[in-house]
Design a protein around this ligand. Sequence first.
Ligand code: PMP
Length: 372
Amino acid sequence: MDEARAARRRAGLVRALRPRAADSPLLDLASNDYLGLARHPEVTGGAARAAQEWGAGATGSRLVTGSTELHARLEAELAAFCGAEAALVLSSGYAANLAAVTALTDTTTLIVSDAGNHASLIDGCRLSRARTEVTPHADPQAVRAALTGHDGRALAVTDSVFSVDGDAAPLRALAEACRAHGAALLVDDAHGLGVLGDGGRGAVAAAGLAGDADVVTTVTLSKSLGAQGGAVLGPARVIEHLVNTARSFIFDTGLAPAAAGGALAALRLLRREPERAARAGDVARELHERLTAAGLTAVRPDAAVVSVRAPSPEQALRWAADCREAGLAVGCFRPPSVPDGISRLRLTARADLTSDQVDTAVHVITATAPVC
Ligand code: PMP
């Protein structure tokens, strides 16, 4: 451990926690609060009421005392919103991915996993002890090739929107490849829910795959819904199987009532104000257009994440620090969180940003850019 610490120090890659002040004056383009709901009074009110009614914690695992009527309501409304037959709420999106991958596989299953998948899907593959073939990023032909010739059970696994670069997976083509080979498809829609699809119903719904008997979706309640927690959505038989076998569900304390109440209030708000979903995408496209027009290299966003290339990890870090100094919080992704070795600023386009705030963000990022 000490050697690893020293190496990190030498490479300038040490990370440290930076506690955020409740009244931070920074303009936030770093969080995943895509719809600006984390502090919406209806959402915080829903969380507070739930804590008062049900307690500060769930008091036990879901199969013992940790399932409340609130959890059941959230599951029913999430499933209906996303067009799934059933849903199961877990304490995080991370736990939802571990649960979904391990429950859908056994040691004889072939898992085909996109090279850009989130760490929680990768860890699910590792935990499953199934043979995992990693395919090149967003490449349905490669998925087809990997599935060809495999006889037994198979599962393709992908993020819907990749968390680092904000690009979308070719879900329809992936579903077709799976269908052709009798494989199931697991989609992590963490960055699609609330942003993509009709009224924010997510990337799976947008691809016409909601309710498909061979598609299982995971979501997080911690991004567009501004709360905390995760869920698996899919056929009722799959959800029943998860309840009975998924270790990250069975051996974990149920989602805290405040998080469930906050997420439920956010979901209801989104149903009432569906225009919030499209606005996040509009802001992302505007940021991308204006930053690339200013000479920066950015990936064309398919949802609310805008990824801007930095020339080196050191410059990425300095750039983010300069933005911060100028009043703008941005994400800074660098190795080892990015396996491709490319450092970038990661901006999140919130639906509640005003045009003045977008102007400020563009101005600060371009004025502090190392490559301009
Ligand atoms: N999947 C993806 C694609 C994510 O970006 C994240 C969060 N960073 C997760 C899963 C995990 O969700 P949670 O934070 O709710 O554990």
